[in-house]
Design a protein around this ligand. Structure first.
Ligand code: B12
Ligand code: SF4
Ligand code: SF4
Length: 302
């Protein structure tokens, strides 16, 4: 069905928007979000089984229930992501992943208190719970997005999950000044930027994205051809939720974060590689995401 939606009150006339077969109003959207939460509850893999558990981790529940945000696939912010100081030209617009894309649903899966608490102590050591949440947590997240894809396809909507798509890629390059070894990383689908677009949260000093449930957790997303009412972004600035308190600076074992320069990707990446040698087949750090005021909430400005 094609409709003219005349919302533009100027001499260009109404803009053309093709509304989907199953465009949603507020009520439909509420139902969809409830359904997506139910898919989370029914998805297997959020609990660490005895067969694979590291010491003391049997029965560990990794994630709390997701928080969601929706953006329109043609939101002009996506074109801003193509600028080289934001992500760069490698970023693929939603309709390059899925022709006819209308909406992008983003979600944050907050880590449980048990995962977060476990990684607050032991300086320089990553807790076994955090290692599970990094590796088995991402496997669970992938299974969950597969469940979301089935849900939308059953509703007659097209759906694409960039994170598990064979076209997904991350490019790393060392930028000038060469003597400072500045590592620039750009993926063709950045979960944090997409979540930012969907109103889920803002960036912070460590470059993590702080959601209403804090920074400790993981992000995912799905692009669909169904039109779902987008959320408004309750912020204006890219770093609005960060109070620049510097607590994460002291937490970082690699000295990768500074109040003056933000996060040095290369130092963080090198530390991450070290953890891979130590904890193979797992890896992870995340010390800057726990024991800080933004761990599980938007920090309050004092
Ligand atoms: C490559 C990668 C890494 C690299 C580089 C990180 C990076 N920031 O790029 C390394 C190895 C260092 C890394 C480390 C970690 N990672 Co990582 N990583 C990724 C990956 C695969 C791609 C990141 C990417 O595309 N970066 C693109 C560049 C451009 O991002 P950026 O430089 O930070 O962007 C800045 C600019 O855009 C700037 N900006 C300038 N102008 C403007 C204008 C606008 C409008 C906007 C929006 C922004 C903007 O603001 C941004 C922040 O400074 C994502 C998964 C994914 N597909 O998204 C996970 C991801 C970012 N990682 C994640 C995590 C959890 C980690 C670790 C904690 C590992 C662990 N679990 O132990 C650490 C620590 C990260 C931290 N301190 O936040 C999470 C983030 C969760 C969160 N709360 O934010 C992600 C999203 C994975 C996931 N599925 O949840 N990671
Ligand atoms: S600890 Fe403080 S400075 Fe660091 S990211 Fe969180 S709010 Fe920002
Ligand atoms: S993940 Fe670890 S090494 Fe990287 S910035 Fe955070 S605390 Fe530092």
């Amino acid at each position: 069905m094609t409709e003219w939606l005349g919302t533009r009150n100027d001499d260009r006339g109404p803009e053309l928007r093709i509304s989907g077969k199953k465009g949603t109003d507020g009520m439909d959207k509420k139902q969809i979000i409830e359904d997506l939460t139910a898919v989370f509850r029914n998805c297997e893999g959020n609990v660490i089984s005895g067969e694979i558990a590291l010491e003391g981790c049997e029965g560990l529940v990794m994630f709390e229930e997701p928080v969601f945000g929706v953006s329109s696939a043609d939101d002009s912010i996506y074109r801003d992501f193509l600028k080289k100081d934001v992500i760069g030209p490698d970023f693929r617009l939603p309709d390059k992943w899925l022709p006819g894309a209308r909406s992008v649903i983003s979600f944050f899966l907050p880590f449980t208190e048990m995962v977060r608490r476990s990684n607050r102590g032991t300086p320089g050591e990553t807790s076994p719970e955090w290692l599970h949440a990094r590796i088995e947590g991402q496997a669970f997240l992938n299974a969950y997005t597969e469940g979301l894809r089935e849900y939308f396809e059953n509703r007659g909507s097209g759906a694409c999950v960039p994170a598990t798509d064979s076209r997904f890629a991350v490019r790393a390059s060392v930028l000038p000044p060469w003597n400072h070894k500045v590592l620039h990383i750009a993926s063709n689908w950045s979960e944090r930027h997409v979540a930012y677009a969907a109103g889920l949260g803002t960036f912070c000093l460590t470059r993590g994205l702080i959601s209403s449930k804090g920074v400790a957790g993981r992000y995912g997303s799905i692009i669909v051809t169904e039109e779902i009412e987008p959320d408004t972004r309750p912020y204006e600035g890219v770093y609005d939720y960060c109070i620049m308190c510097g607590a994460c600076v002291k937490r970082c074992p690699a000295g990768a974060i500074s109040l003056k320069h933000g996060k040095n990707q290369l130092k963080c990446k090198m530390w991450m590689d070290k953890t891979e040698k130590k904890y193979a087949p797992r890896y992870g750090c995340g010390k800057c995401q726990v024991g800080v005021p933004c761990e599980d909430r938007i920090p309050e400005r004092i």
